[in-house]
Design a protein around this ligand. Sequence first.
Ligand code: PEP
Length: 249
Amino acid sequence: MRRKLVAGNWKMFGSLARNQALVTDVLAGLPQGNCEVAVCPPYVYLAQVAQLTAGSRVQLGAQDLSPKAEGAYTGDVAGPMLKELGATLVLVGHSERRHGHGENDSQVAEKFVAAQAHGLLPVLCLGETLAEREAGETELVLARQLDAVTQRAGVAALANAVLAYEPVWAIGTGKTASPEQAEAAHAFLRSRIAKQDAMIADSLRILYGGSVKAGNAEAIFAKPNVDGGLIGGASLVVQEFLSIIAAAR
Ligand code: PEP
């Protein structure tokens, strides 16, 4: 039985005052339940959010990391730094990094390896653009993005990771993949991994991300291969985020 995970990606939003209000209200309204919950604030707020979430069931994540452990890499942040501030997980290969910052599959794979090397759970984000979907290339793209990591890290590394299927055309656009489209992509990813290791495929959590809201979470999370969600915009709205967590039973 896979335990669902709902992770909020705050992207580049927040302030000390807004974060305090958001986390306080989320903790106060957190529904009972078995699902795991995480928030991924911008780097500069990790220490603040670590303090605010201390002792709660809300885990702390970062939105990215450097593939290097330290060095002359101006502007980058390394895994050990995230770990020291209390992060337990980290997004890797988010589409806003792949498409906005030109990260390629091989760099994403390096970051995945670095995350695990520093004791962080990588949440590997994968997904096709609208043009790729319309060209019938969704599975081709997912396979390429997944294989880059399994070839680099080995399939066994997925025992200690989470995948997030995030169709690029659904992120921050208000367009959501239908539950059936999400299920098909998740089933494809799981079956591809099962060809190498059935047990790892069966226990691996695959989150859906892309305009998940209170109104559509339940139907998406009900699909058998969907194990929770990576939530962007809606994770910044207390009632929306709480309803999404409640839908992840
Ligand atoms: C995301 O940032 O990973 C995301 C899925 O964003 P949104 O929910 O706003 O589409």
